[in-house]
Design a binder for this molecule. Structure first.
Ligand SMILES: *Cc1c(COP(=O)(O)O)cnc(C)c1O
Length: 996
């Protein structure tokens, strides 16, 4: 493209980095540096392959566009796509995202830039929204316990199978049956996960399951059945479910959430588990993702469910409060014994689906479902009129039209008219209707199928093809007031605002979370992601329509490969953890091809992120922990001993670089050499790439494979717990084993970055969460390699600045050469805790009173706080944090001096709500002013958390994970206000009118 030279723009890098030029000088001075570049030599241990600094202003290979240029470049890529009206189905459907949700949620940094709600007191808004999602899923499926989202439908099916094996406490001791009517990508992803773990899985028809004809005599762990099949048939599952139960297995049902508005829910049919995708509830197609996968389970399986669960608990005053429940199932606590490796999921998209349900209510969902069914019925009638037939007469929204020998031409005719249908085989065309299907669409599709256009619009034929009577839904759903009282837009706008105002996201404060890199998510980067040329495309659309997408994704993979020092990159994994899984599976397959199947051991350092161990377990590898030396680095002697003993069984080591201790470990290349000499592969967890980009490359340190997190280093916002993208980067020898697109994806072209990958898919769509990749692409279009190095060094400088400024109050636990840390530092509170009783958690909660989101609490070392300021924070924000932390240290000193007991202190009793400080009976030994305004500047811009400190254990003992009815809240906690919905009663008058 030609560069515009009309207005000289400030380089984007100066907007992205918080403190540059004169504003960065105090930071550099505090570190005794003259120039930022001097930090490179000071912080990186000698002997490591540091990249050359590059010349400032020299043209670089890529990046460095101005904001208008980047938008223009992305627009011209998008214009190479050719969006058609998507009726392919396969679990992906067009939907109208209500404009109010697009603007006030997807376009609103208060929602998009929030972090995962581990600090529950400052996350009540998004926790309520995610609880709404769980309520929606629980109601639709008829099962009581839902999680707050999974990565997509295919991974949800796979997770259901793993759950069955877990519940039966065996992987190899039985078989799992998968309904052959499931979407092909769900079968493929689930079968691959089963293969990795040695679970015996096979496909079967529900009829054969019911009459036992497939029974091989093997113990049955369970079955996954399709509620409606991929070819459109509505299935009666009562018989097959009973048959599986008789044989002692569990049943999961994969269901379309819109169909559940009309058809009998899995819970009512006796299923134990329900899975699916809530995409069609308001989430754009996004060329495959990010989409909210879901799972709901029966009460007896609640400790087995994967992913996060939002639960209801109470705060220190007994008020209703939300927080993440049953966390002891999860990877960050349970490591290789966790219920899954999922960390980042699809929180933002789950929230969109929840608000779609709030916007439409149950009668709205039924109306939309009726519409999809009626439009499908019109097409079916037109097909019959024309002398053709449909494969199933019991359908919801999907038809398989019998066109003997003519399917290919019919699909081609539709494409010419601007419609994508599904080529099932030479004799069958598949198509799915949806919320957006118009009468004009029906006429055009019928013309493509039958060769002639119907003279009149087809009448409403829902009566000709009624839903089978016995399989209709009889129960009510979405009865909670939250799904009724926000129907008019003013109410919804205010509800969204009220919830957002309860939370702290990046639009209010730095989020100094070690290991998570919450940096600027610049507005320019998300300027176009919702444009229909990008967001409106189906993942299985023909290649001829997706030139722009594939070029964008190829550019992104190539840039990531260059930056990380690898040969090839797969963009398919939708989270860091999924990237780990894909990388480890590639290693496994490579070793298998080399005849080294005996290598099945994965070494994971004690300090590793929980996903490392959980992913290794998910890949079917045995996990062995490597000890950490007193200085926080990998204990080389322990490693050598382990290699001597187990070297011949070693598959891989998983390292994090810089380490999770926030240090550039000098011996990294020695570790990678030792592992290679022992015949193992080196997995370098690249989630900390924000300390490396432009400076060091994991591939140069001896890594064979790394995953990167686009939702950390590459400026994709965290969304309150997802979406994420975890690209996996490998050296050449592993490239063939990277995940290919599921079968039925258009064949890759030579120029596509993934054209020669042959591994099994780990996601239902070839490019996973493609929809958010334009954000990372934009970041890299705006930043050239010199800019990235400058960002990296600024991030490191800021971390060292905080470490130095806080050294006398909260010493940094680990540091590397020259006493320097990498991009984050661990503040050690353990000695202070011993002297004062004040815990790291007390400090985290007290920071809320100062308006801050807490740093990472007790990871990777218990009793510490890990701080990562990133390059984006301006000096004033860093100093504001330092001031708050020093002030907190003063409060700790008062306890140490015996002036106040820790139990009575502002620290222990933090955070303080407005309700508390305005209360008529204040009996605390510190003033209200001290409680609420510990810093004078807070008087003007005060954030009050809506709840005080939350009792986590109580919530786990009294698990409630759907929106509690207002009456129940009153009964449980006494006459206290419910924060859930701001409403009191169910508007029965509205319901009786429409609910029949
Ligand atoms: C964030 C992180 C992960 C996991 O990434 P997700 O996208 O949450 O699955 C893995 N390793 C490290 C070091 C991380 O910081």
């Amino acid at each position: 493209m030609t560069r515009r030279r009309d207005v000289p723009h400030v380089p984007f890098v100066l907007r992205h980095i918080g403190a540059t030029g004169d504003y960065q000088n105090p930071v550099l001075r505090a570190l005794g540096l003259h120039e930022l570049e001097d930090l490179a030599a000071a912080v990186v241990p000698t002997g490591l392959p540091v990249l050359p600094p590059g010349e400032h202003g020299a043209p670089s290979a890529a990046g460095g566009l101005s904001e208008p240029e980047a938008i223009e470049a992305l627009r011209s890529l998008a214009s190479l796509n050719d969006p058609h009206i998507e009726m392919i189905g396969r679990g992906y459907h067009p939907t109208h995202t209500p404009a109010v949700i697009a603007r006030d949620v997807l376009g609103n940094p208060a929602w998009t830039t929030a972090y995962t709600p581990y600090q529950a007191e400052i996350s009540q808004g998004r926790l309520e929204a995610q609880l709404l999602f769980q309520t929606l899923i629980s109601d639709l499926t008829g099962l009581p316990v839902a999680c707050a989202s999974l990565l997509d439908e295919a991974t949800a099916v796979a997770e259901a199978v793993l759950l069955m094996a877990r519940a039966a406490r065996t992987t190899t001791g039985g078989a799992v049956l998968l309904d052959s009517g499931l979407h092909p990508q769900c079968l493929e992803v689930a079968l691959a996960r089963c293969r990795a773990l040695g679970i015996h899985a096979l496909t079967a028809e529900p009829a054969a399951i019911e009459d036992g004809s497939e029974d091989s005599g093997k113990k049955l762990l369970g079955a996954v059945l399709a509620h409606t099949t991929t070819r459109g048939a509505i299935q009666d599952l009562d018989g097959p479910i009973a048959a599986v139960h008789r044989r002692g297995g569990l049943v999961a049902v994969d269901a379309d959430p819109l169909a559940l508005a009309l058809l009998k829910e899995p819970g009512a049919a006796g299923a134990d588990i329900a899975v699916g995708s809530a995409q069609r509830l308001g989430v754009p197609l996004f060329f495959g993702g990010p989409h909210p996968g879901f799972m709901a389970v029966s009460d007896k399986l609640r400790r087995q469910i994967p992913g996060r669960i939002v639960g209801v608990s109470r705060d220190s005053e007994g008020h209703e409060a939300f927080r993440l429940a049953l966390q002891t199932r999860e990877q960050h606590i349970r490591r290789e014994k966790a219920t899954s490796n999922i960390c980042t999921a699809q929180a933002l998209l789950a929230v969109v689906a929840a608000f779609y349900a709030v916007h439409h209510g149950p009668e709205g969902l039924r109306r939309i479902a009726d519409h999809a069914h009626a439009q499908a019925a019109r097409i079916a009638a037109g097909v019959l009129d024309a002398g053709l037939a449909v494969e199933h007469e019991n359908f919801f929204d999907t038809l398989s039209v019998i066109t003997p020998g003519g399917a290919e031409q019919a699909v081609a005719r539709a494409e010419e008219r601007g419609y994508n249908l599904r080529l099932l085989d030479a004799d069958h065309v598949g198509l799915s209707t949806n919320e957006t299907t118009t009468d004009e669409d029906i006429a055009a599709v019928l013309e493509a199928l039958t060769g002639r256009r119907p003279a009149e619009p087809e009448p409403d034929n829902a009566r000709v093809f009624p839903l089978p009577h016995a399989l209709r839904r009889e129960s009510a759903f979405l009865t909670h007031p939250a799904f009724h009282v926000h129907r008019c837009e003013p109410a919804l706008v205010r509800y969204l605002r009220r919830l957002a105002d309860r939370d702290l996201a990046l639009d209010r404060t730095m989020i100094p979370l070690g290991s998570c890199t919450l940096k600027l998510n610049a507005a320019v980067e998300s300027a176009l992601w919702l444009t229909p040329e990008l967001a409106g495309i189906h993942p299985y659309a023909p290649s001829s329509q997706t030139h722009g997408w594939r070029r964008l994704l190829t550019q992104l993979s190539e840039r990531l490969a260059t930056l990380s020092g690898y040969d090839r990159v797969s963009l398919q994994p939708a989270s860091g953890a999924q990237g780990e899984l894909a990388g480890l599976l590639a290693i496994k397959h490579y070793l298998h091809e080399m005849g080294e199947d005996r290598r099945n051991l994965c070494l994971v350092p004690a300090s590793a992120h929980g996903t490392n161990a959980a992913s290794a377990a998910g890949a079917g590898l045995a996990v062995k922990t490597v000890a950490t030396a007193p200085d926080g680095s990998i204990d080389i002697e322990d490693l050598k001993a382990t290699l001597a003993e187990h070297g011949d069984r070693l598959a891989a080591i998983m390292l994090t670089y810089p380490s999770t201790h926030g240090v550039f470990e000098p011996q990294v290349t020695e570790v990678t050499r030792l592992v290679h000499e022992a015949g193992g592969q080196v997995y370098i967890d690249g989630a900390n790439l924000n300390a490396l980009a432009g400076l060091l490359r994991p591939g140069d340190l001896g890594g064979d494979v790394s995953h990167l997190n686009l939702h950390k280093t590459f400026a994709v916002p965290h969304g309150g717990g997802g979406p994420g993208v975890g690209p996996v980067a490998v050296k050449k020898h592993l490239a063939p084993y990277l995940p290919a697109g599921p079968s039925g994806s258009p064949a890759p072209e030579e120029a596509d970055a993934d054209h020669d990958f042959h591994g099994s898919p780990v996601m239902g769509a070839r490019f996973g969460s493609a929809g958010v990749m334009p954000l990372a692409w934009s970041y890299l279009a705006l930043m050239d390699d010199v800019d990235l190095r400058r960002a990296t060094l600024s991030a490191i400088a800021n971390a060292n600045y905080l470490s130095r400024q806080l050294q006398d109050c909260f010493p940094t636990l680990y540091s590397g050469p020259g006493g320097l840390v990498a991009h984050e530092c661990i503040l050690d509170l353990r000695e202070l805790t011993a002297r004062s009783g004040v815990t790291a958690e007390d400090v985290a909660k007290r920071l809320i009173d100062y308006g801050f989101h807490a740093p990472t609490l007790s990871f990777p070392v218990a009793g510490t706080l890990m701080v990562e300021p990133t390059e984006s924070e301006p000096l004033e924000e860093l100093d504001r944090f330092v001031t708050a932390m020093r002030s907190i240290r003063g409060e700790i000193d008062e306890i140490i001096a015996g002036r106040i007991a820790v139990e009575d202190s502002a620290l222990r009793r933090s955070p303080h709500t407005l309700d508390q400080v305005a209360s008529d009976d204040w009996d605390r030994p510190y003033s209200r002013r001290r409680a609420a305004f510990p810093e004078p500047s807070l008087v003007r811009d005060k954030y009050f958390p809506p709840v005080s400190r939350i009792d986590n254990a109580w919530g786990d003992r009294h698990l409630t994970c759907i929106c509690p009815a207002p009456e129940d809240v009153e009964a449980a906690t006494g006459p206290l206000r419910s924060t859930a919905t701001g409403s009191t009663a169910r508007p029965t008058a509205v319901l009786t009118a429409e609910e029949k």
